[in-house]
Design a protein around this ligand. Structure first.
Ligand code: UDP
Ligand code: MG
Length: 322
């Protein structure tokens, strides 16, 4: 039987181009061997986006819509979209055709070769400002240094995941998810296909600077404890400085009210930073616990009966649907 591919498309105020996106995808789908469903997630659009999608649903059974009550943000729209898919594989893409559908068959090919996750790697980006490309490049490189996961550079949310990966994604319950980090975190066999990212077909970017900053901070704070531990490093400077100064005073006998004052100040500043670092270390553990990710993900179990298999796949109280 032919595979079913679900395409998840988050939508926020895309009335200018959504009809073209649907028509382009319908044309693409009609030429493929697989069965397709298009799952649109309307992220609280204030324009006619949802209405246009509903109109198309009347003509095509394979189009679906999940409507949010308000704008919850791109990352949660993707998270929700995944839960409503039934395909053997799921592709997430922008609703503005910046991620070209022609790349999907190459992703499917890699999936058939045995990869669980195939992400799109941007080789070239059209129609995006120098500022966006520069800040994005900086962010990925900083993230790589800070984070505990090895997220591939220059990837967005355009990717294919098989059912196994989608199920594991549903075990992550973060309030402010950083989806591309989560996908890296779950592991499995991952690979990339390079693609040329086009200009959006219509409308403006729905990612103003404020949303970009939120995304970057969500990414760093959910996958790195290093900023919390900075205080530990800061404490070293005054503490070592104070010690060296004290040795110098002892050697030279230069104790006066001022020099003793300076020594005491250096030590106390150092101790304040040190205790902040200790708080940070504990807070980091709390954060880890609050994130409530499963502690591990099992890729496969062999030779177990059905019941044991379920237990091995679950690890925690959270149930995987399906
Ligand atoms: N989007 C969304 N909610 C938001 C912002 C954006 O669902 O709060 C959607 C948007 O409609 C698009 C995708 O997420 O389909 C990516 O946004 P956009 O294309 O504006 O970002 P860019 O490609 O400029 O980084
Ligand atoms: Mg876009």
């Amino acid at each position: 039987m032919a595979d079913t591919i679900s395409i998840v498309l988050p939508v926020f105020n895309e009335e200018a181009g959504i009809k073209t996106t649907i028509e382009t995808l319908e044309r693409y789908v009609s030429k493929q061997d697989e069965n397709y469903e298009l799952v649109f997630v309307d992220d609280g659009s204030k324009d006619e986006s949802a209405k246009i999608i509903k109109f198309e649903i009347e003509k095509n059974d394979n189009i679906k819509l999940v409507e949010f009550s308000r704008n919850f943000g791109h990352q949660l729209a993707i998270t929700a979209g995944l839960q409503y898919t039934k395909g053997d594989a799921v592709v997430v893409m922008d609703a503005d055709l910046q991620d070209p559908p022609e790349v999907i068959p190459r992703m499917i090919e890699k999936w058939h070769e045995g990869y669980d996750i195939v992400y799109g790697k941007r080789k070239q980006r059209d129609g995006e400002t120098f500022f966006k490309k520069f800040t994005s490049a900086m962010f990925y490189r900083t993230f790589k240094k800070l984070a505990t996961i090895d997220m591939p550079l220059d990837t967005g949310d355009f990717r294919l995941m098989n059912r196994k990966a989608v199920q594991q994604m549903q075990r992550l319950h973060e309030q402010d998810p950083f989806v591309r980090g989560q996908v890296t975190w779950i592991g499995f066999k991952q690979t990339s296909v390079e693609y040329h990212r086009h200009e959006r077909i219509a409308g403006e970017t729905k990612y103003p600077l404020s949303k970009m900053i939120k995304l970057a901070l969500d990414g760093i704070t959910s996958f790195s404890m290093k900023p919390l531990q900075l205080a530990n490093i800061f404490s070293a400077l005054p503490l070592v400085g104070g010690l060296v100064y004290l040795i110098y005073l002892i050697a030279t006998g230069g104790f006066t009210a001022t020099t003793v004052g300076i020594t005491l100040m250096l030590f106390s500043v150092g101790l304040v930073f040190l205790s902040m670092g200790i708080f940070g270390s504990y807070l980091g553990r709390v954060l880890d616990q609050v994130n409530d990710r499963p502690r591990f993900v099992v890729s496969e179990t062999v030779g177990f009966d059905q019941r044991a298999k379920t237990i091995h796949h679950l690890d925690t109280r959270q149930q995987v649907s399906n």
